[in-house]
Write a protein that binds this ligand. Structure first.
Ligand SMILES: [Zn+2]
Length: 175
């Protein structure tokens, strides 16, 4: 995370950054979570820490207002896990409560891939398993793997594997 991004989050008291970093105020010796409503002073007086422990180690005390000492859990980590669980079940991400961009950042920070890349890998796995291990028609495999058309599925599959679904099936079918 860059300083401008963290500074932005602090100014907006953006709770979706809580747990991702803490900011400390050099002039007061206090550290806060990004959502703290105490308005931060000048930008040059802030410094940033990845954890409350690090802020303490550097000599800062937790803020009584936002209780930065209580933030031992990592809400963003939980949100990332929630996003993953939903992708696993192919359910909607609409009410996760983050913008798509934040969702991508949070997810990538935790799992190293974007939600889309992760969802794609799930769809590809499903498709491969069905092509190799089931007698279902390719069009049915496409629908079961979450594609709305055979063309979209063919395009996706070829892009991911370099093969068409039919060629993949010929090579891997175990029936
Ligand atoms: Zn605070």
């Amino acid at each position: 995370m860059t300083e401008p991004e963290m500074w932005e989050a602090v100014q907006r008291s953006d709770a979706s950054y809580d747990g991702l970093f803490f900011y400390a105020v050099k002039t007061t010796g206090i550290f806060c979570r990004p959502s703290c409503k105490s308005k931060p002073p000048k930008r040059e007086n802030l410094c940033y820490f990845a954890s409350g422990e690090e802020a303490r180690a550097a000599g800062f005390r937790p803020c009584k207002r936002c209780r930065s000492d209580l933030l031992e859990y990592q809400p963003m980590r939980e949100i990332a896990a929630e996003i993953k669980a939903r992708l696993d079940k192919a359910s909607s991400l609409d009410d996760v409560g983050l913008t798509p961009r934040r969702m991508t950042d949070v997810f990538k920070q935790e799992y190293g891939v974007t939600p889309k890349e992760y969802a794609d890998s799930l769809r590809l796995r499903t498709a491969k398993e069905m092509l190799a291990g089931s007698p279902e028609k390719v069009i049915d495999v496409a629908y079961r793997a979450g594609f709305s058309s055979l063309a979209a599925f063919n395009r996706f599959f070829k892009q991911q594997t370099g093969q068409t679904p039919t060629a993949y099936r010929k090579e891997h079918q175990v029936l």
